[in-house]
Design a protein around this ligand. Structure first.
Ligand SMILES: NC(=O)C1=CN([C@@H]2O[C@H](COP(=O)(O)OP(=O)(O)OC[C@H]3O[C@@H](n4cnc5c(N)ncnc54)[C@H](OP(=O)(O)O)[C@@H]3O)[C@@H](O)[C@H]2O)C=CC1
Ligand SMILES: O=C(O)C1=N[C@H](C(=O)O)C[C@H](O)C1
Length: 233
């Protein structure tokens, strides 16, 4: 399969290596807005860039009828517009806040635990995410997905908020530390104990492999998808 990489930083470079190891041809490695010319006729685009350019990048690819796998976080207020463009242009779009198998299993576990907690009043809930100091957005896209999973399964919460909260808000604490690839924890605390579920990425390889697997899966599909469709979760 021919893959164009839009964004060629920490993630783009690892995806390049993994895609080639899996037998794919990388036909473009862009650090600029994609066009019909510089994309070089790929079957799929994998987009890992910056929050402020992701929307324009994805739009340009979809308008050229190229399916897009997007891992860039921090631009989701415009996601509905992108999903409409995918349908209007009869192509495909998949956003994943986190492409690793482990985090997608963690999402499912988090939803089950949130549903269990809906009739238990003894515990308060909080999220924490820890990332490297270069990260542009906070909270992380993964933390937002975890928070949404809790809100959808436990009516005690109706929104998430960074740090201090009130009423039905769920608090997310974002820590920036050294070169940490990505750690996410959900805490339920009572007066007598604490339940913690935690995912720790040791490096970026799991994110990159998941993005390539998603690209293989989406080729020739039309519509809007999520990583749980790819993994059958
Ligand atoms: N969903 C997931 O599983 C994961 C998501 N992410 C997310 O992916 C994104 C990228 O992460 P990461 O690779 O670590 O970030 P980097 O900062 O290392 O890379 C971003 C890249 O985008 C390039 N760039 C700048 N402007 C444009 C443009 N207009 N069009 C295309 N590319 C451009 C930068 O070029 P230059 O260096 O010249 O500025 C750089 O190469 C982030 O939003 C991050 O949160 C990260 C890991 C996993
Ligand atoms: O910026 C990162 O590095 C990461 N970003 C994603 C996020 O915002 O959740 C995924 C992963 O945690 C690494």
């Amino acid at each position: 399969m021919k893959i164009a990489l839009v964004g060629y930083g920490k993630m783009g470079k690892i995806i390049d290596e993994i895609a080639q190891k899996r037998g794919h041809e990388v036909v473009a490695r862009l650090k600029e807005t994609p066009t019909a010319e510089n994309l070089n006729n790929p079957d799929v685009v994998i987009e890992f860039s910056l929050p402020e350019v992701a929307f324009e990048n994805i739009k340009a690819c979809l308008e050229n009828k190229i399916p897009v796998i997007c891992g860039t976080t921090g631009w989701l207020d415009q996601k509905a517009e992108i999903e409409k463009l995918a349908v209007d242009n009869e192509t495909a779009f998949l956003y994943g806040s986190n492409f690793s198998l482990g985090v997608n299993l963690f999402f499912a576990l988090n939803e089950k635990l949130a549903a269990l907690m809906k009739n238990v009043d003894e515990y308060s809930c909080q999220l924490e995410e820890i990332h490297h100091i270069h990260k542009k957005d906070a909270p992380s896209g993964t933390a937002i997905s975890i928070a949404e999973g809790i809100i959808q399964n436990n009516p005690k919460f109706d929104a998430w908020k960074l740090e201090e909260t009130e009423g039905k808000q769920l608090g997310i604490f974002a820590v920036r530390e050294d070169e940490v690839p990505g750690t996410h924890s959900v805490y339920y605390r009572s007066e007598v104990d604490e339940i913690e579920i935690k995912h720790t990425a040791f490096n970026r390889n799991g994110f990159a492999l998941g993005a390539v697997v998603a690209a293989e899966w989406i080729k020739d599909k039309k519509g809007n998808f999520a990583m749980k469709d790819v993994l059958g979760l």
